[in-house]
Design a protein around this ligand. Structure first.
Ligand SMILES: C[S@@+](CC[C@H](N)C(=O)[O-])C[C@H]1O[C@@H](n2cnc3c(N)ncnc32)[C@H](O)[C@@H]1O
Length: 471
């Protein structure tokens, strides 16, 4: 493989006698990873039904290697049920090593297309709130789809400059993940286009952006909160250099130990300006040390700053508290109430929001985000049409089979599953009485795929057209 000479020289200086071993990895086949969505299925259960041969990724409990040269997990109904995400193995590390507690307010600053946000949302398991942002609107659309596919409803999906978001979320989050835009040196093997991109915009370009993002994010973290910074590059300015910069600007932050794995290498104080020893608590991942393409990960905690509040600060704090969005409806619309007779949720009026025809179920304690560019606030439950409620695709993905009364379960081998995913009408007379009618949750085995409307033994397809199986 043709690598830029400047890059090779830099890697030689960084790796010294290990360089030969590292460069040999470029001749080896690429690695494919699959991460189980533990919000929908346990690892144990997934291993019982997995159609693919899987080998554990030793440092990720829910991560596995698969043979991407012979199987295509993105073309299996379980993918459409959101049971897993396909992700390069070392890229699974950041979201895995950021500790998440139930109820946490979590922010993924550079989230598209959702490789890390989907894991953070799965770990929250319906509690707290996940704010997922990406500055690119087109990429944020893909992010929203992946979040919905994963069954994550306690969300806010934004497409905004972090500097603008900061105005609304000062010291709001318990956990922040920054998977920063970077020069992508760890992706050269997997994606040759990255080499060309590196030649156009190298480490210097990205180091500036990263410094701005980490300091903006730092201000959105609560004292005591944790922040994880990651890149898929080897460059020291973008890695240790960015962390060093953050610590200079915000000395109340400290670097934390990351749960170890034998293939992790310590960060390198010697490549930084200050040579501070604690940079060795950050982690470098190299393809010749573990079966992954390479990453850099740093976990930080914001210290509690003992501060006496003055009058002005108290006033500001009160203003902010008033900015918590007032959600809720006085009365649940009858059509929605009728639909929810078949859903086992306790629908809380205080969390419902209705805009035009659309009904949303909101996370609690969100600031009012008017003025921020957003793609979604909360879970879109569906639409209120004339005298009826039409449930959404996102709602189907958020439900568990046992939470809705009328389910139609097809086995993964049943050819009607793919027909359904392609948007076709289904004949199901063999499964339900021709007298049955109304909204059915169509499932592959036990796992919801979307809605269908049953009448006279036929399912009218309500699968979201934009998500259809492409042949
Ligand atoms: C490494 S990718 C993120 C990958 C993602 N975390 C995942 O695991 O799927 C970096 C992302 O940062 C976004 N980005 C670039 N500059 C940004 C900024 N200033 N604020 C927020 N996002 C930014 C890019 O659009 C890109 O999608």
């Amino acid at each position: 493989m043709n690598l830029p000479i400047k890059f090779e020289e830099k890697m030689k200086a960084l790796l010294q006698e290990e360089y030969e071993e590292y460069i040999k990895r470029y001749d080896e086949p690429r690695l494919y990873g699959l991460r189980v969505n533990t919000r929908k299925i346990s690892v144990e259960e997934f291993l019982k039904i997995s159609p693919f041969e899987l080998k554990p990724i030793p440092w990720i409990e829910n991560g596995f290697y698969y043979d991407g040269d012979h199987v295509q997990p993105s073309k299996h109904p379980y993918y459409f049920a959101g049971l897993y995400y396909l992700q390069e193995p070392s890229a699974m590390t950041p979201a895995n090593r950021l500790p998440i507690n139930p109820g946490d307010k979590v922010f993924d600053v550079c989230a598209a297309p959702g490789g890390k946000a989907t894991e953070l949302g799965a770990k929250l398991d319906g509690t707290g709130v996940l704010v997922a942002n990406d500055i690119s609107n087109s990429r944020a659309k893909g992010l929203l789809k992946n979040i919905e596919l994963f069954g994550i409803g306690n969300v806010l999906v934004l497409s905004e400059e972090p500097g603008k978001i900061e105005e609304y979320f000062e010291e709001y989050f318990d956990k922040i993940l920054i998977d920063a835009p970077c020069s992508g040196e760890g992706m050269f093997r997997k994606d040759k286009k990255m080499v060309k991109a590196w030649e156009e915009h190298g480490p210097e370009f990205f180091a500036k952006i990263q410094r701005s993002i980490v300091t903006q994010a730092a201000r959105m973290l609560k004292p005591g909160g944790m922040m994880l910074y990651s890149t898929c590059t080897f460059d020291s300015e973008e890695n240790e250099g960015t962390i060093e910069y953050l610590l200079e600007q915000y000395p109340e932050f400290q670097i934390c130990e990351i749960a170890p794995y034998e293939g992790f290498c310590p960060g390198l104080p010697e490549v930084s300006r200050s040579k501070r020893e604690d940079l060795s608590r950050t982690v470098r991942m190299f393809p010749h040390k573990l079966h992954g393409e390479g990453h850099y990960v740093a976990l930080l905690q914001k210290g509690e700053q003992p501060k006496e509040e003055n009058e002005e600060q108290t006033r500001q704090r009160r203003i902010k508290a008033d900015r918590i969005a007032k959600t809720g409806v006085r009365k649940i619309p009858e059509e929605l109430e009728a639909f929810f007779e078949n859903v086992s949720w306790d629908l809380e009026k205080s969390r419902l929001e209705i805009h035009g025809e659309c009904v949303y179920y909101m996370p609690e304690d969100l600031p009012d985000v008017r003025g921020i560019r957003f793609l979604r606030t909360g879970l879109l439950l569906g639409e209120l049409k004339k005298n009826r409620f039409e449930p959404s695709q996102a709602f189907a993905m958020n439900l568990k089979k046992e939470e809705y009364r009328y389910c139609l379960c097809l086995s993964a081998e049943d050819e009607r599953v793919v027909k359904y995913l392609k948007g076709e009408t289904l004949d199901v007379e063999d499964l339900v009485s021709p007298k049955e009618k109304g909204w059915y949750l169509i499932c592959v085995d036990e796992y919801p795929l979307g809605w269908g409307k049953l009448s006279a033994g036929t399912v009218k397809n309500k699968y979201l057209p934009g998500w259809r199986w492409q042949s």
